[in-house]
Design a binder for this molecule. Structure first.
Ligand SMILES: NC(=O)c1ccc[n+]([C@@H]2O[C@H](COP(=O)([O-])OP(=O)(O)OC[C@H]3O[C@@H](n4cnc5c(N)ncnc54)[C@H](O)[C@@H]3O)[C@@H](O)[C@H]2O)c1
Ligand SMILES: [Zn+2]
Length: 405
């Protein structure tokens, strides 16, 4: 028996933001990030539409990229004071994810962060508020997913909160919001999206409901991502839909160890200059994980189907898997994303010597591998890695060496 859950309503297409007018309630809190929504006028528009719907509004702004537990707790406190019946989260994955976690704390003030992290253990929400999500990046698809990723900076670890309770009630997928994305953000979020679709397709929880969404998203991203990166706004608009379809797939089919590794490396090297940005981490690790997972016969066949759908050629499954890996690596080149952590520069562009020193990586490796194995995304990966295999795989992701085990 399985469950397939999506938002009750999804508005899409240019101008879809206006559908905020149709929300029914008294008070709406709007949660946004660092200022992109304000600068580009979308925050004002959202406020105006909510006011037109007869609602009083309050803004929680300044949610940082890869939001912290502290940000979540502070935001929830503001919600407890304001008592909204709608939470409208607008921006990239970070403010929307933070708002989802604030929502839990708002409905259950006694709930701790540890409680939230119990997979599929969130109590029933919507006693106080409903949730509307409006993405401005084309990647995380958090507007349709049952996930929220919050970082514990004391531990340097990202924790996924996972429960269909936090799947939003309404998603507004308006491509106008994504038009202002700079190139680097377009590249990273786009590679996040294709990783979602590929991991969902080979996940052990894949099903007839998720497969078509994943495959269609992959083909759209293949056609549109690099063009969107190079400034084609029609392709940018299609990418906004494609990433959302990928989200519908992975929210229900779950993910795999590319995400486990990205979650556990993202903030691990914080002291050495920068995050490894989520989408860039996925882009670097995906080809390595495909090679690792392809030792599992079922997964290999499924990668073969992906390669066929993408028209990559190859006579045998092995050839198809190789072609898929080569294609994804070429996408990284086209998008100016490095192939490995060693070459990951502080600005996230490829460089000879990146910001993570080899000795630091090796020292932290056993711990990162252990944490990655324990990540919520590992359970649905088609091949379960041992500690030794995970360490070897992470080394391949550091040095860009071949996965032959
Ligand atoms: N919940 C999920 O299902 C899920 C899935 C994948 C990733 N994530 C998480 O989402 C986060 C990443 O989200 P993201 O990649 O969307 O980026 P983000 O929300 O962290 O934003 C990155 C930067 O882009 C800016 N920005 C956002 N939209 C913009 C626009 N339209 N124009 C110009 N600038 C803009 C933001 O202000 C910010 O500075 C990570 O924490 C990741 O772990 C969540
Ligand atoms: Zn992701």
């Amino acid at each position: 028996m399985a469950r397939f859950t999506l938002p009750r309503d999804l508005y899409h297409g240019k101008g879809a933001l206006e559908n905020l007018k149709s929300l029914k309630g008294k008070k709406a809190v709007i949660v946004v990030g660092g200022g992109a929504m304000k600068r580009n006028g979308f925050l004002q528009q959202a406020e105006d539409y909510l006011k037109a719907a007869g609602m009083e509004t309050m803004i929680i702004d300044g949610v940082e990229p890869d939001p912290s537990v502290t940000t979540v707790m502070n935001g929830a406190q503001k919600m407890l004071e304001f008592e909204p019946d709608w939470i409208v989260a607008m921006g990239g994955g970070s403010p929307i994810d933070a708002a989802k976690a604030m929502w839990i704390k708002y409905e259950y003030p006694e709930c701790t962060f540890e409680d939230m992290c119990k997979v599929f253990g969130i109590p029933e929400l919507r006693k106080k508020a409903q949730f509307c999500a409006i993405p401005s990046t084309s990647g995380t698809a958090t507007e349709v997913t049952a996930f929220s990723i919050i970082t514990d900076y004391d531990k340097g670890i990202k924790y996924p909160i996972a429960d269909f309770e936090i799947t939003p009630d309404v998603a507004i997928v308006d491509p106008a919001l994504a038009e202002t994305m700079p190139q680097k953000l377009t590249a990273h979020t786009g590679m996040d999206a294709i990783t979602h679709a590929v991991e969902a397709y080979v996940s052990t929880a894949n099903c007839d409901y998720t497969d078509p969404l994943a495959l269609h998203a992959i083909k759209m991203i293949q056609a549109d991502l690099v063009k969107s990166y190079n400034g084609d706004m029609e392709c940018r608009a299609r990418m906004h839909n494609a990433q959302c379809l990928a989200g519908m797939a992975f929210s229900n089919a779950l993910l795999g160890i590319v995400h486990s590794m990205a979650h556990k490396t993202g903030a691990a090297f914080e002291k050495y200059g920068a995050h490894i940005i989520h989408g860039a981490a996925n882009a670097m690790y995906l080809p390595k994980v495909i090679a690792f997972n392809a030792k599992d016969e079922t997964a290999a066949k499924r990668y073969g189907v992906i390669a066929d759908e993408m028209g990559l050629g190859g006579a045998t499954t092995e050839e198809k898997v190789k072609n898929l890996i080569a294609y994804l690596r070429k996408m990284n080149d086209d998008l100016n994303i490095p192939h490995c952590i060693k070459n990951y520069g502080a600005d996230s562009y490829p460089t000879e010597q990146g910001f993570v020193p080899e000795e630091v990586f090796l020292e932290k490796l056993p711990e990162i591998a252990k944490n990655a194995i324990g990540d919520a995304c590992t359970g649905s990966n088609p091949r379960q890695p041992s500690q030794e295999e995970m360490e070897k795989l992470l080394k391949c992701c550091y040095y860009d060496t071949e996965v032959d085990f």
